[in-house]
Design a protein around this ligand. Sequence first.
Ligand code: MN
Length: 739
Amino acid sequence: MFGPSPFTKEFLRGLRLPYPFRTKQESEGQFRITQLCELTEQYLEPIFVKEIYRAYLFSANAHDGQRRGTGEPYIFHPLHAARILAEMHLDYQTIIAALLHDVIEDTPVTLPQIDKSFGSEIAEIVDGVSKLTHVQFNSQAEKQAENFRKMLLAMTKDIRVIIIKLADRLHNMSTLEGLSSVKRSRIARETLEVYAPIASRLGLNDIAVDLEKLGFKSLYPTRYRILSEKVKATQGNRWRLINKIEKEIRRRLQAEQIDCDVFGREKPLYSLYQKMRDKGKSFSEVMDIYAFRIVLNSDNVDDCYRVLGHVHSLYNPVPGRFKDYIAIPKVNAYQSLHTALFGPHGMPIEIQIRTETMNAVAKTGIAAHCRYKNDATVTNAAHQRAREWLQGLSEIQRKSGNPLEFMESVKIDLFPDEVYVFTPAGEVMELSRGATAVDFAYAVHTGVGNSCVSVKIDQRYAPLKTPLENGQTVEVLTAPWAHPNPAWLHFVVTAKAQSNIRSYLKKLKHNQVINLGRSLLTQALVVASTKLDDVPQEQMRAVLLQLSLDDLDTLLLEIGSGARKAELVACQILSEMGQEGNTLLEQLADCQFHYPLRIKGTEGMVVALSKCCYPIPGDDIFGVRTGRGVVIHTKTCKNVPIGSARDSGTLVNVEWESDIDGEFPVNVRVEALNQKGALATFATAIANMGANIENVKISDRDGLQSSIDFIIDVKNRHHLAQIIKRLRSIELVSRITRP
Ligand code: MN
């Protein structure tokens, strides 16, 4: 392709090649670097083949002296992985990274060394493969397998990492003999549940089929043997029939001058096994289907439909079985026409019809887009092309309305929304990107989240707020006494953690507040040598009725939250019980109560609104403890300054309840021109504002001006402000005050 190759066997043999060139295996038909060079020079320029060769020497040196479980020199493993990829014509970076893929993991060579020798792009791919090596799948649950697949893909920034991993796995699967049976079945199960589905999602069908075959063989050796023997036994008869049908189809299509190949298709053993297992079909049922594939020797899509017409006229189609995956491709971009026919003697036939390109995509999927293209403008852009392919897929899905299943699985860095981590038991948890150990704890179980105290990430202690990374193993340590911390709300990202922390805190608070209320009331009653439990039901009901509360818990909640003073409630209880409770009020100023006493102004005998400053809801107020209870004054009261109450130790911190229904007397002094009918004008204005006038006192200042004190009932300060505004609008009025 690029002229005479410098990498003929003779050329390479002439070099002083290091280990393992002159090992026994070389003469025993092992795949060799010379063959990899020959393979890659079919599609790569010599300069890249040279690089591949250099990478091989680098890797062989690093792995020098290491052997695999099978006994062969280690270098054969990366070499085989590279071969699988070279057969798919992947770009030289992928081939080199495949040769180096175990170097970081298994040899003293470091990532910076690879970076230095082969550049950052290759180093990053090698690093990506090494990271995947660390994660192992152990769970038996199907749902877990799906999450694990997602984890691998989420960890993969470059799709070539996954393709190398698949080649790595494929070669490992063919060399399992050296391993213990436990390890063998673990790897086989992982292959069937994780790697084969990934290969198939990425459209790498050839690799998927090989992985399934090897996985099936290793995990269920007996089932594999029996099934393959049965298939062999039926083969003699089948081939005659298959040949007959093949010939008939070919003859018909040749007559129509359609250039194509017709293949009798053997169904893979594992897919036969799956059909039997999952659909409960018998062996004869799954074997009685004869499958064919018709591949055009062109890319003429119309010819696919022509072929379809001809096979439908050759044999009767089975109704409802035609599928047009050309118009609506499968989620992994697979395109073909599928139909089922009644063949000779009514035997079922399945046929796939596709173009040359569709066939290539069906075999190698995404890898077809990572293939090396001998075009200077697209060199080094394999990953870019793969991304475009992925984006194209999402377009396909959008148009066809297919579920987003595929895109969900192929996250890569196009879809950086999730992070996947392990529980210590090997389960994979899916969390939002940025999720922390606390999010993880709640994802495991609400109880774990509520009682987590610390976390180990990959065996090391870490702060609870540490954002998790793909593939980490997270172990949450809990303690029975632990409880959620409100500060966690600053860093958790998952809805589950947020809502659980909030509701726990709310619940915790509710219970705690009730408990606090109970102990405060108990404490208050102790002064009168009364226990809360000793309060008779009847008296308690009477108090609750007075306070318009439904039950004791609500009362305790209000006490605990500071909405009510325990002492006041105690007073009420005691007076209901016929005791003198006033001494309790001496405790009201105790600094142990930081909350202000919230009053409604309707507490009755224990709370009185002063008649000197007429406090109304909305006013800044304070209380003064007296022998008869608490008297409330406004903070602007001139008769009883707040300072004097503070000094005498009788000050009680009070504030109004937030929503108060009721009417409160207030003194409004109106100074106005002394004119006939003025009083009636003011009284009408006040009445029109919905306030009742309790009392009026007129004191003449001089002949012109009079001062009128109204005691009116208002709802609150706002109501009073409206009344004052209205009075001000009357021309006679010169000044309005609250004395
Ligand atoms: Mn490997």
